[in-house]
Structure formats: C-alpha cells, structure tokens
Write a protein that binds this ligand. Structure first.
Ligand code: MTE
Ligand code: MO
Length: 220
C-alpha cells in the first residue's frame, strides 16, 4: 500500500458535529500543542535580531524587533493543521498582520511569490495572495504570553489556512520572488501549496515521515 492509500484508510476519531466542519479530512484534534521542527532552537539577542525584507520589492528594508512591536498589533484566534495529522482549534496569537506589516514598513511588492526564511536555513514558499489576507500574522505572543523559544520566539509567521509547515518559526527573512520556488519541505516531497481542506499534503509518493510522527514529539 502506498502512503496516500494508508492515510485514506486510517480511522479518525469522531468529533463534535458542530466542530466537524472545521476539521480538515484525515486530521485528528488535539488540545495539546506539539512542538515540531528540524534542527536546534536558535538563541537570540534582541538587540541584534533583525528581520530582512528583500528580493522583488521597490526598496529592501531591515527591521529591528522594537520597530515591529511599534507597528499596529492584532489578536487573532485561528485553527492550525499540521500535515502530520494533528489539528488544534482556537489558538490565540498576537502580533502584526502581514498586511499591516507591509504598510507600516513601506514595502511595495513587485512579484507574486514569497519565500519565508527561518533561522538555520528553514524556508517555506507561498503565493503573495496566501499572505495578503486578514488572518495572516507575524506573531510574537500566544495566549497572552510571549511565544516560547520552541514555538518560535521572538517572531513566527501564522498562516492558518495552509498546513502548519508554512508557518515559519524564528522568522528572519521575507523574500519576494518571481517564481514559486519550493521551500524546505516542498523540496522534500510536500505539496507546493498545502491547503488542508484539499488535503494538499504530498507532491509525490513515499515519504520518510510516519503519519503519527507528532505523537512522539514534545508538547507544551
Ligand atoms: N524555522 C522553522 N519553522 C518551522 C518548522 C521548522 O522546522 N523550522 N517546522 C514547521 C512545521 S512542520 C510545523 S508543524 C510547525 C510547528 O510549530 P509548533 O512547534 O509551534 O507547533 O512549525 C513550522 N515552522
Ligand atoms: Mo508540520
């Protein structure tokens, strides 16, 4: 049986019918908050931390942490869906909406695609239209507290309508590109777009990641 067939055959526990519409196909609801990433958790000095906006923009900018905290802030509640099959409802993040960020930083995009860069070389590609929405946030806080180191402090992207691998933790760069080049997981067999309601999980066959991978991870 190939990977896709195995996933289709897995039993998914029943959910409250009132909430079922919010749970994408093949997902399991959890109330815990799993921690998933490749590599080490970066250590920062906020005095030297920067976020760089570059590539196909009218003018590149590099921002300090305080400049981002001084931008208009929003609190958003969203559902998150990880491709390893866990979903978590009603997550309250605080930060700067991507739209407000572009405006406040004076960024004028000249291309339709974006590569997000996290520390230690993690990347995720997105269409600009997937970021230019009211529910996309550059988040610094979760549930009224600063993000924990492992959940991406001091700044992570939150793109709730796509699988959570697109929500880059330890965000350091926003690169505007003419082509939709694949990011880290997209180069490793995951879908270029990643809509959970369409089950856009994989771009091909056999992946080395079991579907219950997240059960073995750390939580907080
Ligand atoms: N920089 C970075 N961001 C990342 C990852 C990563 O490995 N590095 N993993 C992604 C994946 S696959 C998921 S599911 C979410 C997990 O976020 P969490 O640990 O806060 O649950 O972060 C995403 N962002
Ligand atoms: Mo993930």
């Amino acid at each position: 049986m190939n990977k896709a067939d195995r996933i289709k055959r897995m039993k998914v526990p029943a959910v409250d019918p009132a909430l079922a519409k919010r749970l994408p196909p093949g997902q399991v609801l959890t109330e815990r908050f799993p921690i998933l990433h490749e590599g080490e958790v970066p250590v920062y000095d906020l005095q030297t931390w920067t976020l760089r906006v570059f590539g196909e923009v009218e003018r590149e900018v590099t921002l300090g942490y305080e400049e981002i905290r001084a931008m208009p802030q929003s609190v958003l509640t969203c559902d998150i869906h990880c491709v390893t099959r866990w979903s978590r409802f009603d997550n309250r993040f605080e930060g700067v909406r991507f739209r407000d960020f572009l405006k406040a930083a004076g960024i004028v995009p000249k291309s339709d695609y974006v590569m997000l860069h996290g520390d230690h070389g993690y990347t995720a590609n997105l269409a600009l239209s997937d970021l230019d929405r009211d529910d996309v946030l550059l988040a610094h806080s979760f549930d009224g507290e600063p993000l924990t180191d492992k959940h991406g402090w001091p700044l992570r992207m939150i793109v709730p309508h796509l699988y959570f691998w697109k929500s880059v933790k330890w965000l350091r760069g926003i690169e505007f590109t003419n082509e939709n080049k694949p990011g880290f997981w997209e180069q490793n067999g995951f879908h270029l777009n990643g809509d959970p309601f369409r089950e856009e999980r994989f771009s091909g066959e056999a992946l080395p990641i079991p579907e219950d991978e997240w059960e073995k991870k750390e939580f907080d």
